[in-house]
Design a protein around this ligand. Structure first.
Ligand code: KIV
Length: 271
């Protein structure tokens, strides 16, 4: 029996309500039904079908080779078993290059069972966000380190470090919410900047390497289980399997640590 049996399934409006009430959100990536079922039962609030699957499942060096068909396959597998968690799916590389392409890809992902799509970046993507939201597709905007920009950025690096970059990120966050985004993911940004963004927007912020002041946290499944993904382990990753003793225990320990604010601590964040 689930520890969260009887709790209502998450909806998009309930996310903003959680922020208003100060309830933190625990999100993890999943790629298959087996792990997703355990996450759902352990009280994980949001499940992300990350295009990180290109790296941790398919063995690529980046997320760039992932296709909409790949995303739809994994989304459908996870959607079959979730009862409570809200399911978010990434639009893979260039599937959001134009509003029309993004609409086709989003329809495929929503028809596979996603309840929201995630788009990396601002700039011309703001028009895409607006276009999708006007067509009843909930959107999450991913800012900071956007892994689909790895070639331009020259690696997976901390973002928003100087005053100008920080001001741009804050402006991007405001613009994404103004365009209709219901959720923001902030990846690899200094803790004070993530705190400022979180205070400036009415939608929840979900941090990954963004410090403890976000409205929720997300980690990649393989990272939080301490699995060797073949890539350098980022500073913000914590092995919850060591603490939880089992996969279900790791998910429950993570959810608890996010909710009580003990994760991330200073050791797992950027000052
Ligand atoms: O693809 C992914 O797993 C993600 C998370 C790192 C937020 O976008």
């Amino acid at each position: 029996m689930s520890v969260h049996a009887g709790q209502k399934p998450w909806t998009v409006p309930a996310l903003a309500e959680a922020k208003r009430e100060g309830r933190r959100l625990a999100m993890l990536t999943a790629y298959d039904a087996g792990f997703a079922r355990i996450m759902d039962q352990a009280g994980i609030d949001l499940v992300l079908i990350g295009d990180s699957l290109g790296m941790v499942v398919q063995g690529h060096d980046s997320t760039l080779p992932v296709t909409v068909a790949d995303m739809a396959y994994h989304t459908a597998a996870v959607a079959r078993v979730l009862q409570r968690a809200l399911l978010v799916a990434d639009l893979p590389f260039q599937a959001d290059a134009t509003p029309e392409r993004a609409l086709d890809a989003s329809v495929a992902l929503l028809q596979a069972g996603a309840q929201m799509v995630k788009i990396e970046g601002a700039g011309h993507k703001l028009e895409v966000v607006r276009f999708l939201v006007e067509r009843e597709i909930p959107v999450c905007t991913h800012l900071g380190l956007t892994p689909q920009s790895v070639l331009r950025l020259g690696g997976f690096k901390l973002q928003g470090r100087d005053e100008q970059a920080a001001a741009r990120l804050l402006a991007d966050a405001r613009a994404a919410v103004e365009a209709g985004a219901s959720l923001l993911v902030l990846e690899c940004v200094p803790t004070p900047l993530a705190q400022k963004i979180t205070a400036a927007v009415e939608v929840p912020t979900i941090g990954i390497g963004a410090g403890p002041h976000c409205d929720g946290q997300v980690l990649v499944l393989h990272d939080m289980l301490g699995l060797d993904s073949g890539h350098r382990r980022p500073r913000f990753v914590k092995d919850f399997l060591a603490q939880g003793g089992s996969v279900a225990g790791a998910f429950a320990a993570y959810a608890q640590a996010v909710r009580d604010g003990s994760f991330p601590d200073a050791e797992h964040a950027y000052a």
